[in-house]
Ligand binder design. Sequence first.
Ligand code: HEM
Length: 130
Amino acid sequence: MTVTEQSIPSYYDRIGGAAAVKAAVDVFYGRVLADPELAGYFTDIDMVGQRRHLALMLTVVLGGPNEYAGRGLAEAHQPLGIPDAHYDLVGAHLLATLTQLGVPADVQDHVRAVLGQVRDQVVTSGRPGV
Ligand code: HEM
């Protein structure tokens, strides 16, 4: 059998695709907006925009279909001045959400790795080259 990329289900597929992401968005959305450190970032963004943000974030991080045609991560986040500490908080809420929904450990390991990879695009570190 030829092993093609298509024969390996993405993490997104394994956890249940769009329906699972929708469930995760509900949990994650509640956690982020209930966090006084983070809620302020989203006050000027409408409900639809917030949910879209979270769904896109989860889909990208889980290796789901990239149907995103909006701004790049750096373009969308650099103006927000997000520090490492807030990025860590959002990451922790994401992983806690996945734990709550029973997502397997290997998928969570992947999510942790992706969060490490895209950090520099999202965070405004003030540390050139880092
Ligand atoms: C892996 C990490 C992240 C990913 C993949 C991600 C993804 C995205 C995407 C795709 C957008 C554009 C949405 C759109 O234009 O419709 C966006 C916007 C936004 N993100 Fe994130 N995000 C991440 C982390 C964060 C963090 C840590 C924060 C805040 C602490 C945050 C706050 C926001 C806000 C407030 C917007 C709206 C910006 C605006 O409309 O001007 N994001 N994000």
